[in-house]
Design a protein around this ligand. Structure first.
Ligand code: SF4
Ligand code: SF4
Ligand code: SF4
Length: 304
């Protein structure tokens, strides 16, 4: 997500306005709770995905999102790298292998489904000064439109460029992102995407079991997978994880460190609010958050 100057000043203006009326709301930008041992997760095996887009369609239908102009049978959209937006909580992208060798399965393109990673210590939750985003100990990061003031700090803070905003709605815009289908999962249901996937490329379950599954696949098929479970440690761990046959930075993933960016956004925010800094301090804060987010995005913060 490219942050333009105009957007920066819009956001900064919102921040100043918010400060004037919400100086005492800092406490609501709370730490995420500890994730439970039995928290839910999903594991995506990109080697199984065939790019059929059934997951996109199922998600769109379950959440009654606006229908895309082109049908889900239209595969040409996969040629363009997309990000989730307010009409698509999840998108599938296609990546071509960089080093084509002998005729092996590795020569096929890799399809990658993206959605909210449901981070353990989410930057979006930390950045939200009114507590509209919350992390459940069960895994999902949920959004409460009734609390949202439309400041869009969550969009700036997310290292995966996930939250989207309904700019086209003048009166009732919302932040939109994958819900983990928690409204179904909490009653024993499945995420629509995992339920529909014809290749079982998306496995839903307890995160700890999925991590074991990922590691055993990597161990049992050493030539097939790179030795990396994306999301095991990135940004402090995420509820959604991936395994793949090539380095993740070659298939659309940002190279991130193991510290949660939430720690920085939160500590800057708390310092500013607690000491009643002048509005100019808030401009600096936001610039810092944006810079930090871009720093992550550009893959410079890595401990690998
Ligand atoms: S991926 Fe972004 S939107 Fe999702 S939980 Fe993490 S920080 Fe929040
Ligand atoms: S978990 Fe639900 S909301 Fe998230 S991508 Fe899958 S179907 Fe969409
Ligand atoms: S439904 Fe499964 S196989 Fe089809 S694009 Fe989505 S993840 Fe890939």
């Amino acid at each position: 997500m490219e942050i333009r100057r105009r957007d920066f000043f819009k956001l900064s203006g919102a921040m100043v306005a918010t400060t004037l009326i919400k100086e005492d709301k800092t406490a609501e930008a709370a730490h995420a709770p500890e994730v439970s041992e039995d928290a839910y997760g999903c594991l995506i095996d990109t080697t199984l995905c065939i790019g059929c887009r059934k997951c996109e369609e199922a998600c769109n239908e379950r959440h009654k999102l606006a229908k895309p102009e082109e049908s889900y049978d239209e595969m040409v959209v996969l040629e363009k790298e997309r990000r989730p937006d307010e009409t698509s909580y999840t998108v599938v992208n296609k990546y071509y292998p960089k080093n084509v060798g002998t005729l092996t399965w590795q020569e096929r393109p890799t399809f990658v489904k993206f959605q909210c990673m449901h981070c353990f210590d989410p930057a979006c939750v930390s950045a939200c000064i009114v507590g509209a985003l919350t992390k459940s100990p069960d895994g999902p990061v949920s959004y409460d439109v009734a609390k949202c003031i439309g400041c869009r700090y969550c969009m700036v803070a997310c290292p995966f460029q996930i939250p989207a905003y309904e700019y086209h709605k003048a009166l009732t815009p919302e932040v939109r992102k994958c819900t983990f289908c928690f409204e179904y999962v909490k009653d024993g249901g499945l995420p629509a995407c995992a339920q529909v996937c014809p290749r079982e490329a998306i496995k839903f379950g307890k995160r700890k079991d999925l991590l074991q599954l990922a590691k055993s696949k990597i161990k049992n098929y050493p030539g097939k997978y790179v030795d990396h479970v994306y999301g095991e440690h990135e940004v402090g761990g995420t509820s959604w994880m991936y395994i793949a046959s090539e380095p993740f930075e070659e298939i659309g993933f940002p190279k991130l460190g193991t510290d949660a960016p939430a720690r920085l956004t939160e500590s800057i925010q708390h310092a500013i609010f607690n000491h009643f800094a002048a509005p100019i301090g808030l401009f600096v804060t936001l610039a810092g958050v944006m810079g930090f987010s871009n720093f992550y995005k550009n893959g410079k913060e890595t401990k690998d």
